[in-house]
Design a protein around this ligand. Structure first.
Ligand SMILES: Nc1ncnc2c1ncn2[C@@H]1O[C@H](COP(=O)(O)OP(=O)(O)OP(=O)(O)O)[C@@H](O)[C@H]1O
Length: 244
């Protein structure tokens, strides 16, 4: 088991709204590609930050790769791509990757070679371009390269395909599948692009108002629904008739 979260609650003390994360039991098995799906503001990013101990849970217990998530050792083989990140504007892509690698818990050996390999895999020909000159998609790919720079076992990706064109996205998905075959990595992802989930995930959790309301393996879901989108709409679509 790569992740187990039990009896987690979290409320934002600074916030006037009544949002409260409440996750009773959440498990990710090794080698799984799991998605958390839910409406804006339902608590996806909050839960990811709680898993990573970037936000402190009010109650509960989380085990990451066999250790408490409070123990830094539990995160040595984990990479996280946040939804919002900022990269140093005056650095080139290569300099970003080189400097961030120095901060990693398990930095890659042969860094320069590794950067070239990733650039090949992600079809990046702008390693020596400055961040301030990158488009939105190019910046996202730089952050993804940084996430996959070291050989980790668990990748937590918050909206990883933001701003990517279909070809780039396919290239990155293929790279992830290749890592799953090669090293049995585990992935936890959030996204609003449901067609991406159809192509990738083997397990889905739906979250609403801070709580998991449904959980299914892809095969269970396919017994009842054609696509992840119809599964999602079945649970979230406002069924009130539109009246004028
Ligand atoms: N730093 C914060 N302080 C106070 N409230 C917050 C903070 N961050 C998030 N919230 C609130 O927590 C709730 C859940 O937010 P969260 O960002 O986890 O949702 P999400 O599912 O990731 O949304 P989206 O799909 O729009 O990215 C929202 O009501 C939001 O307003």
């Amino acid at each position: 088991m790569i992740l187990k979260a039990e009896n987690i609650t979290k409320a934002y003390k600074s916030s006037a709204d009544a949002f409260r994360l409440k996750i009773d039991d959440f498990v990710i098995e090794e080698g799984s590609f799991t998605a958390i799906l839910g409406p804006n503001g339902s608590g996806k990013s909050t839960f990811l930050k709680v898993i990573l101990d970037l936000l402190f849970a009010d109650t509960g217990h989380i085990t990451l790769m066999g250790k408490s998530h409070k123990n830094k050792e539990s995160r040595v083989k984990l990479s996280y791509l946040p939804e919002n990140f900022s990269l140093p504007k005056n650095f080139t892509v290569r300099e970003v990757l080189q400097s961030f690698a120095g901060l990693k818990k398990s930095p890659p050996e042969n860094l320069d070679l590794r950067i070239e390999e990733l650039a090949d895999a992600f079809d990046v020909n702008y390693l020596d371009k400055k961040v301030k000159g990158l488009s939105k998609g190019m910046t996202q790919i730089t952050a993804l390269m940084n996430t996959f720079l070291s050989d980790d076992q668990f990748y937590i990706l918050d909206e990883p395909f933001n701003g990517l064109d279909a070809v780039k996205k396919k290239g990155i998905m293929d790279y992830i599948f290749h890592l799953q075959d090669k090293r049995n990595i585990s992935i936890l992802i959030t996204t609003h692009i449901l067609s991406d989930i159809d192509k990738t995930c083997d397990h889905l959790h739906l979250i609403k108002d801070g709580q998991i309301i449904e959980e299914a393996s892809k095969s269970e879901l396919q017994d009842q629904f054609d696509t992840v989108e119809s599964f999602y709409l079945h649970h979230f679509e406002n069924k009130e008739p539109i009246t004028s």
